[in-house]
Each structure stands twice: as C-alpha cells, then as structure tokens.
Write a protein that binds this ligand. Structure first.
Ligand SMILES: Cc1ncc(COP(=O)(O)O)c(C=O)c1O
Length: 395
C-alpha cells in the first residue's frame, strides 16, 4: 500500500478532519436558521434557538448529564476551566492539584497565588503511568477549598484515577473540577455519575466539533460565580444577571454555527459508540507502541497499556531536539505532530524531558493503520540517520 502523503497526528491539539456531518449541519444552520438565539421572535431566531437546544440535548445524552441545562457552552476548555476555577475558589483557600496539569489550569491558579489569594498544593503524579498517591491526595484535601485534576495527561496520554479522586474530594467536602480535555470523546465519560462539581472540555478535540467550541458541565446545586455578565436574551427587564443555568453563564451571542456543528459530532459519536472508538484507538496505540519498541535510539513516554492511555504517544529520537524531529516529520514525510512542552511544563519536568520536551503523536479512531505505519517508517528513518551521523562523528 502506498504511504499516505499527509498524516495528521495532532488530534490532541485539535481533531482534523471533522466528520462530514459537522460541515453539513453548519451549512444547514445558515440555510434554515441563522438568527440570534433566544433574542428575537422571528422564525430564524426561533430556528437558531431550537438548533442550539437540540445540540445541547445530544451532548447531554452523550456525556451523561440528566439535564441539558447543566452543560454550558464555552469557546474552548480554557474558558470552562477559568469559569470553574475563578467561580469556585474562595479567598484564602488552599487548592489541591496535580503535577500533570495543563497551563489552562496552572496559569489561573498561579495568577491567584501571585495575588496572595490562594495557596497551591501540587500532588506529584507519574506522567508515565498516570498514577498518583491517593493517600497523599486525600490528605492534601483535608481543609482544602478546591481540587482540580486532569483526566488524562496531554503529554503522555496517561489516564489518572479520576473516579477515586472525585470520591476523595466528595468525602472531604471539597469541590472538584475535572479537566476532561484529552478524554472527552475518547473514553466513556459520565459527568453526572462521576460526582465532580464541574467538568471542562473542548468541543474541538475528541468530541470532533469545530474550533471555537467547548463545554463546562456544572453539577446540579453547584453555585459558580459567572466570569462575565451581559445579554442573555432572557429576562431583558432585569439589570442583573439571570440566576438560572445555562443563561447565568452564557452572556453575549452564542457561537450558533459552532454549537450546531458540535451537536452533529455528538450525534456522530453516539451512533459510532464511545466504546467502539476506544477499542479502535487502543488497537492503533498498540500497533504504534509495538512498532516504536523495535526502533533503536527512540525513547517512548507514557503507559504501554493501551487501556490506560487516551491516544497519545510522546517520544524523543536520540539527542535530536523535539522541534527538529517534528519539523523533519512534516517536511519530509507529511507527518504532523506537536513538539515542545505542550503547555504542561511540570509534566515534562517530572518526565525529565524539560526543556527540550518531546514529539507528541496523537490520533483519533478514524486514523488508519497506514497512517501509523507511515509515522513509524518516518521515525525509523530519522533514528537510523541520527545513529549513522553519531557513529560518523565518533569515528
Ligand atoms: C489537558 C488540557 N487542558 C486544557 C487544554 C486547553 O484546551 P483549549 O485549547 O480548548 O482551551 C488542553 C489543550 O491542549 C489540554 O490538553
């Protein structure tokens, strides 16, 4: 079989291509609706509101939220995480988190810390396995005001013991925010059953929706201070923000086309089945890791066990800077990856890969075996060349 000319393996940044139903739904939205949601009484506004409601319902079904109104539309995971962190934190609180967090969690926390508003307790988690000492986490929760953890490392794909973390937070009476950025759409996620106070995720990665979309699930009864206030289309007579979800958190005109596209991808994921997606992704991961294990000079990070991984492999080739490897992969083989620290410097420090970082390969269920084999051939070629050059330099 001829090698593909373009191999997109950067799905952990954003998935591409989107399922055709996403583009069709966006076109249909502008043809049949296109008005502003919840604002006016005319047919195109009503059609837009209805399309957004249907998308919210489909996403609630996919993600296990019994009320669609518990899902707030955001523009990405970062907005949801900021909304949850700033909205749940109390002055003087100690916030417990892990060493595998993305800067979308760490930067808001460090900002609050720098202003003397919180203390941060970072519980070390193992980037290779996703394991962390649950006892240490539970102990840190005593007297804490908030806990935030990622579901899966965006550097190695390692899945953390999220159910245990959520249960420990619940036992300690501490609000718990889950960052499901790398797991949503890849592994079964039942946000309500998990028992977290809030779960943030992008719409544009594993959920296969357009960029500019994200979601924040807020559990029933959890009160979060909104980040923004403004027009919601509802209760126009009031000069104060409505107090009910989702309007309380969705000020300003919604990203109707993005949301409708995300709703279509949610339908697609429900039809395909997340378990099926997980199985296909695990098979691709097994093939990739087994292939990498046969290439001398390549260091691979993250769990070998595909059941504990969300579809990410990080690696380095000899002493070559990760940015150089990533550029060669793209320039010479059309293999698209992401190099560097992946907005998670602490995770790289714990892997011993800072400041060079790693080359991150990430796939989706529709990635083919030919794509994986093309990536393997490219890595093998770079590693062989590096070993030959190193031997020549020694001679
Ligand atoms: C673990 C994690 N959290 C948060 C984010 C931020 O996602 P977004 O770019 O949608 O804001 C990412 C994106 O790479 C991520 O991997």
């Amino acid at each position: 079989m001829a090698a593909p000319t373009e191999v997109y393996l950067d799905h952990a940044a954003t998935s591409w291509p989107k399922p055709p139903v996403v583009l069709e739904a966006i076109q249909r939205y502008f043809a049949e609706a296109g008005g502003n949601t919840g604002r006016s009484g005319h047919r195109r506004s009503i059609a837009a509101s209805r399309a957004v409601s249907l998308a919210r319902e489909s996403l609630a079904e996919l993600l296990g939220a019994s009320s669609p109104d518990d899902l707030i539309f955001t523009k990405n995971a970062t907005e949801g995480l900021n909304l949850a962190i700033y909205g749940l934190v109390t002055p003087g609180a100690r916030v417990v988190t892990t060493s595998l967090e993305h800067n979308s969690v760490m930067r808001p926390l460090r900002h609050l810390e720098q202003r003397g508003r919180i203390d941060i307790d970072v519980v070390p988690a193992d980037g290779q396995t996703g394991e962390l000492e649950l006892e240490r986490f539970a102990k840190a929760l005593r007297g804490a005001g908030l806990a935030v953890a990622t579901h899966a490392s965006n550097v190695t794909g390692a899945i953390l013991p999220t159910a245990a973390l959520a249960a420990a937070a619940r036992d300690a009476g501490v609000p718990f925010i889950l960052d499901a950025s790398q797991s949503a759409g890849h592994v079964p996620l039942a946000v309500e059953a998990l028992g977290a106070s809030a779960v943030a995720m992008p719409g544009h990665k594993g959920l296969l929706g357009p960029t500019g979309t994200g979601l924040l699930y807020i559990a029933p009864g959890v009160e979060i201070e909104p980040l923004m206030r403004g027009g919601t289309g509802s209760l126009s007579e009031l000069e104060v923000q409505p107090d009910f979800a989702p309007d309380r958190y969705e000020s300003g005109t919604l990203n109707g086309m993005g949301i409708v596209g995300l709703g279509a991808s949610a339908d697609f994921l429900r039809e395909t089945g997340i378990e099926q997606i997980q199985t296909q992704m695990a098979a691709l991961g097994g093939r990739f890791r087994e292939g990498l294990a046969t290439i001398p000079g390549v260091t691979v990070f993250g769990p070998f066990d595909t059941a504990r991984n969300v579809g990410i492999v990080s690696l380095n080739v000899g002493e070559i800077p990760s940015a150089t490897v990533s550029r060669l992969l793209d320039d010479e083989w059309g293999v698209m990856t992401r190099a560097g620290l992946h907005c998670a410097p602490a995770a790289h420090r714990s892997l011993g890969t800072a400041p060079n970082g790693t080359v991150r390969f990430s796939w989706r269920h529709a990635t083919t075996e030919a794509d994986i084999d093309a990536a393997l051939a490219a890595v093998r070629s770079i590693a062989t060349r590096e070993r030959a050059e190193a031997a020549e330099a020694r001679a």
